[in-house]
Design a protein. Sequence first.
Length: 463
Amino acid sequence: MVMGRDDAVSTARRLLELRDGEQGRLDRIQRYMCGKHDSVYVPKGARAEYRWLIERARVNILPLVVTVVAQNMYVDGYRPAGSDKNAEPWAVWQANRMDARQHGIHRSVLTYGAAYAVVMPGKPVPVITPFSPRRMTALYADPVNDEWPVLAVEDRLENTAKGKRRVVRVYDDQARYTLAGKPDGSRLETDGENWVMEHRLGVCPVVRYINTEDLDGDGVVGEVEPLIEVQDQLNMTTFNLLMAQQYAAFRQRWVTGMAPPLDKDGNPVEPFRSRVDGLFVAEDADTKFGEFGQTDLKGYLDSRESTVRNIATISQVPPYHLLGQMVNLSAEALAAARDGLDRKTDERESLCGEGHEQTLRLCALASGDKTAWEDTAAQVVWRDTSARSLAQTVDALGKLVTMLGVPPQELWERVPGVTQTDVERWKSAAEQGDAMGRLNGIIEKQMSQSGAGSVVPVPDVAA
């Protein structure tokens, strides 16, 4: 049943209140991803030089942790069970530019722990709209086991000719309700005469993507939040390193038994000018010169490297991605170093894959394709991004063909860098080549049977 105006406004306000509880945590994660970290300790009366060093002590390594995993995730197709061709909803996926926009979903899942996709009927195809959890929240009766939410709310700021306004949209299993108000959320009311868009899909058209499977219902966690404290440790170590470099990494000289000269105003001035070819000379025999030892920075550097290694361990990202160090690694050593990342990527692909399949089924429902909507066996196909050389991969695939009898066409999509479009073009070319080969074989056979000089009828290719 479609909600009335009063019900839509009250429901929107209630959902927005529920959103407020998680927005502080999500905003903190977003700040850290943008490099706006909490500051190290600043004593009262700190000089400008001290604060200048604090601003340059941030080494933001968190985006790299997300990027390394996200770059290993790419959906390359959607196949029904037992078929090597993409299902009909894949055309809707490509029409919505999801070949590129899927990366936003994956990065949001890895960053915040969740992401959303909304599918609404449209012309000529349904419209898929991805959302970050900072812009959308879904309400489930059972957040652990339910496939579809009861309600969902979208909250964003929209630019208009008169300035910014707040737009809130509520989704249920029958319609989408659009409300608008001031940027601070006051005076929230229905937006014009067309504030209701009925979709009548029978389910709330919102799909949730998650980073980890949580059976306790305590909420999902992304890759960034567990690393925030370690990121603060890295910033603190970097600040101490900069302080040591600024004040104690060079040798400071001292002199005793000599009063400093005075300028015309009676203020002491530096008695010597340090330079490469300079010499310090004093008339008094009791004057002594010396220098303080410089601070060894190795301890700070080792401490910072140790913190980065802790980040690599917690995030399962190989250390060479974060430290930039690779020393003649063999293929076996490289595979062992990537093992944790590969296992983690497989898990994330499994979780996000279910979300993509749910989105594509919803696209079929919005298109009126009941068969594809009811096909729960269809699966998305992930591109193979393993760190293997082309020669090594082709050699392994060739052994599958010759030693195990696997048809070569079934292995083409496993070649690194080959897209589904390439595979379909290769199969089409192979089929044309087989047809020409059969035609030539028929002609040669008839020529050998009829003898030289005989008229050979040309067979029907279609036959």
